[in-house]
Every structure is written in structure tokens, then in C-alpha cells.
Design a protein. Structure first.
Length: 474
């Protein structure tokens, strides 16, 4: 058994060696990508199958006996090396390295038996591999110096046809090569860009400076998320496809007919899908470009009855939205939906449209600006001052839930959670601690994702304390 294992290891090693990518080292990274250098011809043997009906039988038998070629992204079934026979549909089975057509001593028992029965023939076969065969990792390992192989750039944000990289400094000499290979190996990618500053530091709108590494300088993209289409210029607004799961998680907390205030809405990844679910959303973003594309998304996804766009500062918008929702509700505003009609059922009287009234209060505030959203919480003081009668115990309505995204240091203990609660407490003037957001004075903290080796993104959710919501307005 040990001898068989050793033989299998040797055979596997032979295949790996023969099928390894040609080494095309670039000393400085400045050289152009020469795809022709990645072509390679490998001498093998092949079993020709005289009766096409036996292809499946012999493929399985040769595979079980360890006599067939085993390689990723390569089929062991190939056209017959004789072009005339191949033109008539004749196939052959590629054999593992080490088997030679002119040396029956290298043949295994299945191959020998097939030849003896005259079901099979054994012929030389030249396997040609070119640039298209090799993966992105293969090509980059071929180009980059060996000391780079444990850190080949592989993480990027895909936004429509654009791949957005954050290359480390040591890879900058190879940036054009990285971009070209990414385009080659990802059919959906046409443009590769590299960020050259920090989002949220240079621009309050979280936009960034970039350089094009490959493809056209075309950042007009189309993205599908939450069953909605978004069309925008990626250079002008903030979008992060890695947050799709978080968008969906928050949206699933909303109930149809509720009102949500999205304070930093961007182009609407929370607001537009929520509107499609029948949730009323007051959606705001300070960036005029985001406001422009938000309006486009509302129109494209036909949610204008539920989603209203605004272009204000988030701090003033929190109170303005609460006042505007209350006034709109008192004015009898809402959505009017066409009746659902069944084509199989003819009704004598056309059904009436369904009216969805706008509630007087906001059920959720969403604040997805993790670098600074917590500092906006002071604006909630007095947000419902004088409107106590709209809430419990006078009614069954609770004060709104606040979902505030933030950054904190990465740690396996409770330090980040305590830190977040202390920051919230400082802004609203009420002591909060980690726990259940439905319990007074407690904050539910959801771990969203890593954003840096020592930094994580969280979402803190808490029920707005009554002493904050009903405090006198300053």
C-alpha cells in the first residue's frame, strides 16, 4: 500500500511539473505582457478508441487504474491526433505523464488489455497549452518574483464592469501587469482601477482618486442588488458591493407600511429595495451626485410612491424628516397601488386601488457613514419634542430604532462593544451598554466585516431613549 502511495505521489508530481506555468519573470514590472511566452507543448501518449461507444467505459477504467491524465481545467477526452480521424469525430484519451507510446513497459493493465483486445491504440500526443489555459494566479506567479508569491493581489471590489484594487506599495511596479491579467481572466471585467488615496479622508463624500491600470477609463456602471438596478458613475459616488449582505440584513428588519429615515442614503442600496418592499423611505445624501443617481434609481425601479430623495446635511435632516413625515401623514399622504387582477378571473366590477397611508412616525433611522455617523447622534435630542402623544403609552408605537454603522478596533473580547457604547452614550447623553436593543439602555451590536487588519465595521442598533426623543429642542 505504501508503494502504491509513493507511486501516486510521483505520478502526481510528474503531472504538476509538466503542467506548470512557464516562468516569465519581469525584473521591474515595466515590461509589456507578452502572452506568447506562456505557450507550452507537452509530449504525452494517448489511447485512441476505435469504437466511440467505448469512450466512457475506457475513460472510467483508465481513471480507476491511475493511467489517465489528471489535470485541472483539462479534459482527458481529446480529438484524435490524426486530423482526418478527428474531422470524422474520432476521440482519444490522454494518458498520464510517464506512459510512452513506444514502450509497453510503461503501460498499465487496463491499457495493455485494451490494446490486446484491439479496442485501443497507443499513439504519441502533443498537448499544446497557451496563455488562455493558465489562471490569474498562474500568470502572476510566473511574472512576479518568488518573494511576492505569498501575497499575490487577489482582493478587489467589483462594481459592474469595474474592478477596484487597493494595491500595496510593493506591487506598484507591477500594477499595469496586474490590471491586464485581471481583465484577461475575468470576462465580466473591462476596466481595472487602483485607489490612490483613502476613502473618507480626502473626501467627505467617500469618493476617491484613482488610476486606470487596464481597459478604458469608463466608470459609468450598472449594478443589480436587492432586485433593483442602479446606474451611476463610480468615481462620483460611494458604492461597496461587499456590503450587499449588510444591506439585505437591515432591509429585512423593515415592515411594509413603516417609515424609514435613511440619513446617509448614498444612491439608495437600503432605500430603493426597501421601497420595492412597500416601505416608505425618506432618503437623504449630502453629495449632490449621490442625490442625482438616487433619483435615477427611484425612477428606474418605479418606487417613487414610497421613496423620497433629499439633498441635505444629515444632522438637520434627522429632525426635518421627523417633522415632514408627521405633517405628510396629517395631510393624508401615502401610496395608491393598482389592484391586483387575475387574468383568469373576470370581475363584473373593477376592484378599487389599494391605499397605503403614511404613518405619522419614523420606525427606523439608518446611518451608514461608519467613519463619523456616531457623531450625528446628538441631533436626535428633541427629535419628537412635543409629540409624546404619538408614542407609548398613549399609543402602541415605540420610539424609533436607530441603526448606526461605525468602526472599532478588531478584538476578540468585549472591548470594541464597550467602546462603541461609550461613544454613543457621550453623544446622546444617556448611558448605554451592550445587549438587546429592545431593552431600555442596551445596544445590539452586529459585526459587519473586516476593513483593515486591526479594524472592523459594526452596526449598533438601539431603541431611541424617551429622554432623548422627547427632550426640549435646542
Amino acid at each position: 500500500m505504501a508503494l502504491q502511495d509513493d507511486q501516486a505521489c510521483r505520478e502526481s508530481g510528474e503531472e504538476m511539473s509538466l503542467l506548470s506555468v512557464p516562468v516569465v519573470r519581469s525584473a521591474s514590472g515595466g515590461a509589456a505582457l507578452n502572452r506568447a511566452l506562456f505557450s507550452k507543448k507537452i509530449g504525452l501518449a494517448a489511447a485512441t478508441v476505435k469504437d466511440a461507444k467505448n469512450i466512457g467505459k475506457y475513460r472510467q477504467a483508465l481513471q480507476s487504474g491511475g493511467e489517465i491524465l489528471r489535470a485541472e481545467r483539462l479534459s482527458a477526452v481529446a480529438p484524435d491526433p490524426d486530423k482526418d480521424l478527428a474531422a470524422r469525430g474520432r476521440k482519444c484519451l490522454l494518458l498520464r505523464p510517464g506512459i510512452r507510446a513506444d514502450d509497453s513497459g510503461t503501460w498499465g493493465p487496463v491499457l495493455k488489455e485494451g490494446v490486446q483486445k484491439e479496442d485501443l491504440g497507443v499513439v504519441p500526443y502533443e498537448l499544446a497549452l497557451d496563455y488562455d489555459y493558465w489562471t490569474y494566479y498562474d500568470v502572476m506567479a510566473s511574472i512576479l518574483p518568488e518573494e511576492f508569491h505569498d501575497d499575490i493581489p487577489n482582493g478587489f471590489n467589483t462594481v459592474g464592469h469595474v474592478a477596484h484594487l487597493n494595491l500595496r506599495d510593493r506591487f506598484r511596479p507591477y500594477k499595469k501587469l496586474v490590471g491586464e491579467v485581471l481583465v484577461d481572466k475575468n470576462p465580466q471585467i473591462r476596466t481595472v482601477i487602483n485607489k490612490i488615496d483613502n476613502v473618507g479622508t480626502e473626501s467627505e463624500y467617500r469618493t476617491f482618486e484613482y488610476e486606470v491600470l487596464a481597459g478604458p477609463d469608463d466608470l459609468d456602471v450598472e449594478v443589480m442588488e436587492g432586485g433593483c438596478v442602479f446606474r451611476f458613475n463610480y468615481a462620483k459616488v460611494y458604492w461597496n458591493s461587499k456590503l450587499e449582505t449588510e444591506h439585505r440584513r437591515i432591509i429585512n428588519l423593515f415592515k411594509p407600511g413603516e417609515v424609514v429615515c435613511d440619513v446617509m442614503a448614498g444612491i439608495g442600496p437600503f432605500a430603493v429595495p426597501a421601497g420595492k418592499n412597500g416601505v416608505f423611505v425618506w432618503a437623504n445624501d449630502k453629495n449632490p451626485e449621490s442625490h442625482f443617481y438616487l433619483k435615477k434609481a427611484i425612477e428606474a425601479n418605479k418606487v417613487s410612491q414610497f421613496v423620497r430623495p433629499f439633498n441635505e446635511d444629515g444632522r438637520t435632516f434627522i429632525r426635518d424628516a421627523a417633522d415632514a413625515v408627521l405633517e405628510a401623514s396629517r395631510n393624508g399622504e401615502g401610496a395608491v397601488l393598482p389592484p391586483k387582477r387575475s387574468p383568469r378571473m373576470a370581475l363584473p366590477v373593477a376592484p378599487e386601488p389599494r391605499r397605503v397611508p403614511l404613518p405619522p412616525t419614523i420606525s427606523h433611522f439608518v446611518m451608514n457613514l461608519p467613519a463619523s455617523a456616531i457623531t450625528f447622534l446628538g441631533s436626535f435630542k428633541g427629535v419628537y419634542s412635543g409629540s409624546e402623544a404619538l408614542f407609548a403609552p398613549k399609543t402602541g408605537t415605540k420610539p424609533p430604532l436607530v441603526h448606526v454603522h461605525c468602526f472599532a478596533l478588531k478584538s476578540d473580547d468585549s472591548v470594541p462593544l464597550i467602546d462603541i457604547c461609550e461613544r454613543i452614550s457621550k453623544e446622546i447623553g444617556v448611558t448605554m451598554k451592550p445587549g438587546d436593543p429592545e431593552v431600555e439602555g442596551e445596544v445590539g451590536i452586529h459585526d459587519v466585516r473586516d476593513v483593515a487588519p486591526a479594524k472592523r465595521m459594526f452596526c449598533a442598533t438601539f431603541r431611541l431613549p424617551a429622554e432623548v426623543a422627547f427632550a426640549p429642542r435646542e
